[in-house]
Ligand binder design. Sequence first.
Ligand SMILES: [Cu+2]
Length: 68
Amino acid sequence: MADITKNYQVEGMTCAHCEKSVREEIGEILGVTDVQASSESGDVSVSGAGFTDEQIAEAVEEAGYKLK
Ligand SMILES: [Cu+2]
């Protein structure tokens, strides 16, 4: 399966620590190979294969934030 990159908007990230929490939680999802997160813009981009929007939403919530 080819890798894809999907972009999400996350509410509530305010600093580098928030970015790290989001990156770590999403990074645990099977198939995710890379996560970029910006607390400034709220942009989170996830690369990989086989992950679902629902899994991303759950991981973001586990980290303590919300998908927009
Ligand atoms: Cu923070």
